[in-house]
Design a protein around this ligand. Structure first.
Ligand code: PLP
Length: 452
């Protein structure tokens, strides 16, 4: 194991632990990021790491992309904020035109902005309720939508998120998401999972969630933090049809999968479904705080202020960063590169899966890939200890690797990552897997790495 000097990092971590709220921390290892460029991070002690997480999927264009940095610097020198609530500015109008052009659906659209993915979800709840005059919202078990009260109410993935802070928003319901790996009943194929899950939802609408009181379904096109669950295309299409039948809106929650992550601008485009609205955040402004919703204009045409606004939402600097982000994705053919690198990574993990029983499933689209570690392939029981130990060891080897849903290695590097960088990262992951299987990773690391 390369011995890394972590003196300054460890000192800062202790300071952080003593003075910041633990409610905002899901620790992996003592990595204090000082600088980052492209897919490479540098810590406070000068150690470098290949980034396989992109700051939780927020840095699709790579860290500090020169074009994004330039746009931020120029805009910050001219105007940092004049609230869009009272006045107007060019970067916001320019960005809005771009978002309207890249989002699916050839209907007339409007956009509203916020500061993160969570408040974008809140905005979607409000818009759906206001536009339909209905109160009920349906989201999915094991979904994560963020940390505001609305987003927590939509989420159903973790008890600590909800404990002791209630009551949450009323009239939000959760239905199962179609998981084709850990299927509702053993041995089900993809079509059966799709049909069964849809049957459960139909029954819910017929028995205890009156369909004519439902304003919207809010669905992640790939369930990210649940461990990258990819729904069958048939399920998404049939659900959209069911929504249409009952006059229910369908919002695609793209905070994690949007802006090229799956090799398309938005994840829902992989499912041949046109949503009524797209919920955005994270990678939208390459790391600056920006979120928003692009939706059918007719839903918003008569919406009156101050129903949904924030002083600094859609501020000029974040808008400039977002425009530059979209230009980089377009000019550097990032979508094509994402598909090529995604294919390369999937093939490499599938080869590992042939060698190591530990890898139960490899699934993904573009550079949104989950590697599900199991205790045995028959039971598909999650191997949380393996995920934690392998991530820790991989970090020791100079690769920032994390997991979600306890057992699923989260492979979401910057979309601009180069193949040589990916290869080094994948080599380090494979070495860590073999070291784990030999029993070479001590239990003591589990005291540090808690994860998600
Ligand atoms: C799918 C999804 N929605 C919403 C959010 C919340 O975004 P934010 O933390 O920017 O509020 C996240 C963050 O992880 C997410 O993955």
């Amino acid at each position: 194991m390369p011995h890394r000097n972590l003196e300054k990092c460890l000192k800062l971590v202790e300071e952080d632990k003593a003075i910041t709220s633990p409610a905002a921390k899901m620790p992996y290892y003592p990595l204090v990021v000082k600088k980052a460029k492209g897919s490479i991070l540098e810590d406070l002690d000068g150690n470098t790491y290949i980034d396989m997480l992109s700051s939780a999927g927020a840095i699709n264009t790579g860290h500090c992309h020169p074009k994004v940095v330039d746009a931020i610097q120029k805009q910050a020198a001219d105007l940092i904020l004049y609230t869009h609530v009272y006045m107007y500015h060019e970067p916001l109008v320019n960005l809005t035109k771009e978002l309207i052009s890249i989002s699916p659906g050839d209907y007339r659209k409007r956009v509203f902005y916020g500061l993160c993915g969570s408040d974008a979800n809140d905005g979607a709840i409000k818009l759906a309720r206001w536009a339909t005059g209905r109160t009920k919202i349906v989201s999915f078990i094991r979904s994560y939508h963020g940390s505001t009260y609305g987003a927590i109410s939509l989420s159903a993935i973790s008890l600590p998120m909800r404990r002791g802070i209630g009551p949450l928003l009323p009239d939000i319901y959760h239905v199962p998401y179609p998981d084709t790996y850990r299927t509702p009943f053993p041995g089900m194929n993809e079509d059966e999972v799709a049909e069964y899950t849809l049957k459960v939802i139909r029954e819910a609408l017929e028995t205890y969630i009156p369909a004519d009181e439902v304003a919207a379904f809010i669905m992640e096109p790939i369930q990210g933090d649940a461990g990258l669950i990819i729904p069958p295309i048939k399920f998404v299409k049939d659900l959209k049809k069911l929504c249409e039948k009952h006059g229910i809106l369908f919002f695609s929650e793209e905070v994690q999968q949007g802006f090229g992550r799956t090799g398309k601008w938005f994840g829902i485009e992989n499912f041949d479904v046109v949503p009524d609205g797209i919920i955005m955040g994270k990678a939208m402004a390459s790391g600056l705080p920006l979120g928003g919703v692009v939706a059918r204009a007719d839903l918003m045409d008569d919406w009156q202020a101050p129903a949904h606004l924030f002083t600094a939402a859609g501020n000029p600097v974040c808008c400039a960063a977002s425009i530059a982000t979209i230009e980089v994705i377009r000019e550097e053919k990032v979508l094509e590169h994402t598909l090529a690198m995604g294919d390369y990574t999937m093939k490499r993990f599938r080869k590992m899966q042939e060698k190591y029983e530990l890898i139960g499933d490899v699934r993904g689209m573009g550079l949104s890939i989950g590697v599900d570690l199991v205790k045995d392939r028959e039971s598909r029981e999650r191997n949380c200890e393996a995920a934690a130990k392998i991530c820790y060891r991989t970090w020791e080897k100079g690769v920032l690797l994390s997991f979600f849903s306890g057992s699923v290695l989260r492979i979401q590097p910057p979309l601009v990552i180069r193949q040589e960088e990916l290869k080094s990262a994948l080599d380090a992951i494979e070495e860590s897997i073999t070291e784990y299987l030999k029993g070479d990773i001590p239990d003591s690391v589990l005291e540090t790495i808690k994860g998600w």
